[in-house]
Design a protein around this ligand. Structure first.
Ligand code: NAP
Length: 250
């Protein structure tokens, strides 16, 4: 590969005419990516669970002036039942007819306890939001992704999803599972135009990072808007044929 994704110099309009669904677009990295994708010409579908926060992102995209008008889809990944997922997929099919990008970004940290002390119901919730919901949403979106000539799926990993670390519990295990889900899906589609990859954002100045490292100096961390080139590269045409990989955004 000639291009290093994290150093990708995002050309203006590179995402023009692409329809991209981003989960967890109400805050943090998802919010920053939604704004950047819209700035680069994508029609962005903003997913989250908090309407007021999503509307602020919508307004920020509208304020860019030239970006395509985004859409909002509201669904709590912790509580949605199969009917809610199906009606989301049905409404995406009816409104858009295809998806060119799907970014599975939403996630929760959960408790930071040892395995010995980890609460099983908390474990289930973290695995559900971080892995199972991404699986179900991806499965339901596959027909729409296959309507695109050049679709890209991005799963969100973490350093603790590649090397286990004490007290990272279900979060770390969910990120290992995410890497696995990404690899399996990529392999299943290796003869198609659909590409599937993982991105590890690295330490980034968001609420989740603050919850994990409350004593850390936030000013030392990259901001969400600083780590986006790898995502844009994978969503845009320059990454055609790149699949089954796991990248570091920093
Ligand atoms: P964040 O600021 O906490 O944002 C998480 C996003 O996920 C928010 O939009 C949040 O919605 C949404 N979300 C959480 N639970 C949800 C649910 N049940 N239903 C719907 N939406 C839900 O976190 P972030 O740091 O940007 O993290 C984004 C991704 O990067 C995550 O997958 C995380 O594991 C990964 N990551 C982050 C770092 C880092 O240093 N920040 C490092 C490695 C990996 P609300 O706004 O409603 O809360």
């Amino acid at each position: 590969m000639d291009i290093e994704p994290r150093d990708y110099d995002c050309p203006n309009d590179i995402l023009r005419n692409r329809i991209i669904l981003i989960t967890g677009a109400s805050d943090g990295i998802g919010r920053a990516l939604a704004l950047e994708a819209a700035r680069l010409g994508a029609q962005v579908i903003l997913h989250g669970r908090n309407v007021a926060k999503l509307e602020k992102v919508y307004d920020a995209i509208e304020a860019l002036g030239s970006a395509p008008r985004p859409s909002i889809v509201v669904m709590d990944l912790a509580t949605a039942d199969s009917g809610a997922y199906q009606s989301l997929a049905d409404s995406l099919a009816a409104e858009f007819g295809r998806l060119d990008g799907l970014v599975l970004n939403a996630g929760i940290l959960g408790d930071r306890f040892s395995i010995e002390q980890y609460d099983p119901s908390q474990w289930q919730q973290v695995m559900h939001v971080n892995v199972t919901s991404a699986f179900v949403l991806t499965q339901l979106c596959l027909p729409l992704l296959q309507q695109s000539e050049d679709a890209s799926v991005i799963f969100t990993s973490s350093g603790v999803g590649r090397q286990g670390r004490a007290f990272w519990g279900a979060y770390a295990v969910s990120k290992f599972a995410t890497e696995g889900l990404s690899q399996v899906l990529a392999d299943e589609h290796r003869h198609s135009s659909l590409r599937v990859n993982c991105v590890n954002p690295g330490a980034t100045r968001t609420d989740m990072r603050l919850a994990a490292y409350p004593a850390e100096d936030r000013d030392e961390l990259k901001r969400p808007e600083d780590i986006l080139p790898a995502y844009v590269y994978l969503l845009g045409p320059d990454s055609k044929g790149v699949t089954g990989e796991s990248f570091d955004a920093q």
